[in-house]
Design a protein around this ligand. Structure first.
Ligand code: DXP
Ligand SMILES: NCC(=O)COP(=O)(O)O
Length: 253
């Protein structure tokens, strides 16, 4: 297949986490959004959690007012979030699972079990002109459910794979990467746009960029953490270079 460009969406939640730790206005996630876009990111991802632990409603309003680039609004499938998304009208919404007790998003949505509940959310958002993705594991049953629900896009949760790579659990990491590759092929064949994200760093971004069916990465924790040492623009440029190396490998294959 021809290898399309790979977009980078930067998750700015983690700037808001830092801001909220002191209760003031600094550092400002909207300023971070401007900075990463100026450095070459394609879009901004944010997750308005039910407990507002990082991004808050006013951040969403300011992002919509100030950022012209595509906004990817990650949200749980709840009535409250649906109303905010429809009022905000971002470029995209990614439906994610959410548990108040979790430290981070631990896995993908169970789209197979939740098919009946998720279908009206996807339908209303799509009808409003919003590109909807489902944040799922690279599992054949979940991908088939996303197709049955009518989701135009999916995003694979890469957190387990990224952790296993970092921990040197080679066998588990290779098996998960094989699932990501096969899942990307399955979804692409079903006409679903394929994205990936969570916990990616330079090395895992380069590796996953070599999967030609994946057209968008949305990630942030590593970027914001590394920016403490290198600065946001330098990290975005280095991440983009890693993604380009991975894409070049896909084109050469
Ligand atoms: C859906 C997802 O993976 C991200 O939005 C992630 O949840 C952001 O960080 P937190 O897990 O800290 O909310
Ligand atoms: N789309 C998933 C996401 O944005 C989480 O990314 P990360 O902050 O875990 O890298």
């Amino acid at each position: 297949m021809s290898v399309p460009p790979l977009r980078l969406g930067v998750n700015i939640d983690h700037v808001a986490t830092l801001r909220n730790a002191r209760g003031g206005a600094h550092p400002d996630p909207v300023r971070a959004a401007h900075a990463v876009l100026a450095a070459g990111a394609d879009g901004i991802t944010f997750h308005l959690r039910e407990d507002r632990r990082h991004i808050r409603d006013d951040d969403v309003r300011r992002l919509k007012a100030e950022i012209a680039a595509p906004l990817n609004f990650e949200m749980a499938a709840t009535g409250e979030m649906m109303e905010i998304a429809l009022a905000t009208r971002p470029h995209a919404c990614c439906l994610v699972p959410e548990r108040r007790e979790e430290r981070t998003t631990e896995g993908g949505l169970d789209a197979a079990a939740g098919q009946a509940a998720l279908t009206p959310y996807v339908g209303r958002l799509v009808a409003a002109g919003i590109r909807v993705s489902l944040f799922i594991a690279p599992d054949p049953a979940q991908i088939a459910a996303a197709a049955a629900i009518g989701a135009p896009a999916i995003e694979f949760h890469t957190g387990h794979w990224a952790d296993w790579v970092a921990e040197g659990r080679t066998e588990a990491a290779e098996a998960e990467f094989a699932r990501l590759k096969a899942g990307a092929r399955q979804a692409h064949a079903l006409g679903i746009e394929v994205h990936a994200g969570h916990g990616l760093d330079y090395a895992t971004s380069e590796t996953i960029a070599a999967i030609p069916e994946i057209v968008e990465l949305n990630t942030g924790h590593f970027i914001i953490g590394e920016a403490v040492f290198e600065g946001l623009p330098a990290v975005i440029r280095a991440l983009r270079a890693a993604m380009d190396r991975g894409r070049a490998a896909a084109r050469a294959a």
